[in-house]
Design a protein around this ligand. Structure first.
Ligand code: NAD
Ligand code: MG
Length: 292
């Protein structure tokens, strides 16, 4: 008989949050409480051994969790961030603690040239690229269309969806059979949001981008999938919402998710376990039922 291993107890997930103020981009090191990045009880099993992953927005929140999960599964990672160098350095330390290597790229993804140089430097350093995780985003909540300036609308699209295309375009010549692309969307793409007209539109664009790219690349056996998170406790939240006290309480599970509860979906989609899955989304959202 196999003995039952008594794993480390999983962190108690908070149901409400203290008042706090931040501006965009939010800093994980300033959050209270700190998000859970990975469960102590998460046991890696070499699912991504020998792979190289490039993760946009990998300094914090969901992207950091993906970086650390990928490292625990044996991958080397490169992360792109806007300006949060302390968070990025902390992520690198976490990846190194897992025995992985981590490159940091600081800059603005809305520049095609920056995206191109990141991909090329990543490949020249690691010699290959196997997994692209498109994940960086901004949001500026507004309650009416009149309040959304033309420049905000443009900036949201230029940050949230244009770079997904730029990084894909630059990465494709390095990706091969069995490799994959994973795009972060949002529950707001599926249910709409009266507070996030521009942001939710970019997240809807990401869904269609993912489905179309999946069809385009299926003959090459490069899979393209996505994750559509619900409310997750990351720096984006205190940086963009005035009141975070009841954040996530309107989900069926009655609480926000932690990054540690999102990262494993990216592992699954990146690994061979998902070898017959492309063009699909995993809905990590505390129980909101989504059409497809
Ligand atoms: P986060 O703030 O930790 O991550 C977003 C990252 O994007 C930042 O770390 C920042 O460095 C990067 N970024 C922003 N603008 C950039 C630019 N111009 N150039 C380069 N990098 C830039 O927040 P998060 O919640 O982990 O966000 C990750 C993804 O998850 C986003 O796509 C977000 O839309 C999505 N998401 C989050 C939630 C949630 O509740 N937290 C819900 C649904 C979807
Ligand atoms: Mg950040």
């Amino acid at each position: 008989m196999i003995p039952i291993i008594n794993t480390v107890k999983t962190m108690e997930k908070p149901k409400s949050f203290p008042e706090q103020e931040q501006s965009q981009p939010g800093k994980e090191n300033a959050m209270q409480p700190k998000p859970e990045v990975i469960r102590d009880s998460y046991i890696g099993s070499d699912k991504l051994k020998g792979k190289v992953a490039l993760i946009s927005g990998g300094d914090s929140g969901i992207g950091r969790s993906v970086a650390v999960h990928f490292a625990r599964e044996g991958a080397a990672v490169a992360i792109i961030y806007l300006e949060e160098t302390k968070d990025a350095e902390d992520t690198r330390k976490m990846v190194e603690k897992e025995g992985g290597r981590c490159l940091l790229f600081k800059g603005d993804l809305s520049s095609f040239d920056f995206c191109e140089s990141v991909v090329e430097e990543c490949v020249s350093e690691f010699g290959q690229l196997n997994i692209l995780v498109n994940n960086a985003a901004i949001q500026f909540p507004k309650n009416s269309a009149e309040e959304i300036s033309e420049s905000q609308f443009r900036k949201t699209f230029e940050t949230n969806i244009f770079p997904y295309f730029y990084l894909v375009k630059c990465a494709l010549k390095h990706l091969g059979e069995g490799d994959s692309i994973i795009n972060t969307s949002s529950v707001t793409a599926y249910r709409g949001s009266e507070h996030l007209l521009d942001y939710s539109s970019t997240k809807g664009a990401i869904v269609s981008f993912t489905r179309s790219l999946a069809k385009m690349l299926a003959p090459d056996n490069i899979r393209v999938n996505g994750v559509a998170p619900g409310p997750i406790w990351t720096p984006l939240i205190p940086a963009t919402f005035d009141d975070v006290s009841d954040f996530g309480q309107d989900t069926p599970m009655g609480r926000a998710g932690q990054p540690s509860e999102v990262g494993p979906s990216y592992v699954f989609l990146a690994s061979e376990d998902a070898s017959y899955i492309t063009g699909q989304f995993i809905h990590v959202n505390g129980g909101e039922i989504i059409g497809s």
